[in-house]
Write a protein of this length. Structure first.
Length: 233
């Protein structure tokens, strides 16, 4: 089975509040944040290709970085491609670069604490189910508010509510069909699994990892730094 990892790192990270540099290239413990997921995917031998999707102005920077920090044998597994304006556009460019694959794992470049153990579990489940995502059950009480009023109108039953993470993993033809359909209808979601769901294809959820955090705001950095210091990945 041919597996390709697609690492999506073309976003500007506008909520992060760091105007000078995209968050996925900020240094943590002497290395850019994106290094950590790249290292983990390379270490899981099932992945024969790693597609890194970045903004046009970052392509040469990333290529140079790969040559500096990875062996020549490892560099040959990478393919760096230009992303689009929206996350979905970037994922689609990654899918085009992954043609010929049997399965793909689509991962946010701003989630550095993905573990090898979780990847192995996702690979095994996806080869059986066809579409699998990691997630964690919600622990907090969830309230629905009235639009623009800031007033609670409902307490949502959380028993069946899960927070979904990445990498989201699919048989290639499933996710490619989902994106082709979505782009044709001009409906590209921020969640890959949602597009598969729109086709009526079931998506299996397996237990993710609470430490598989996405760096969204600057306040996330201390927690992620601590996890990496502890050798979490």
């Amino acid at each position: 089975m041919r597996w390709t990892a697609i690492i999506v790192a073309a976003g500007k990270g506008e909520r992060f509040g760091h105007a000078a540099q995209a968050k996925q290239f900020l240094e943590i413990l002497g290395r850019p944040l994106i290094f950590y997921p790249l290292r983990v995917f390379l270490d899981v031998d099932i992945f024969t290709q790693v597609v890194v999707v970045v903004a046009q102005q970052q392509i040469e920077i990333v290529r140079n970085y790969l040559h500096e920090h990875f062996s020549m044998e490892e560099v040959e597994k990478f393919r760096v491609v230009q992303g689009g304006k929206r996350r979905g556009d970037s994922v689609y460019q990654g899918l085009l670069a992954a043609e010929g694959s049997d399965f793909v794992a689509i991962h946010d470049g701003a989630r550095p604490c993905i573990t090898r153990d979780l990847l192995h579990k996702l690979v095994k489940a996806t080869e059986t189910e066809g579409a699998v995502v990691p997630g964690t059950p919600l622990q907090d009480t969830i309230k629905r508010l009235r639009p623009r009023a800031g007033v609670i109108c409902e307490t949502v039953e959380r028993t069946d509510l899960w927070a979904v993470q990445t990498p989201q993993c699919f048989r290639y033809e499933i996710i490619r069909c989902a994106y082709d359909e979505a782009l044709q209808q001009r409906h590209v979601d921020t969640d890959d699994a949602a597009l598969v769901e729109r086709l009526g294809i079931p998506v299996k959820v397996i237990a993710g990892d609470p430490s598989n955090l996405k760096v969204t705001v600057s306040e996330d950095l201390p927690t992620v730094t601590r996890l990496l210091e502890e050798g979490y990945v």
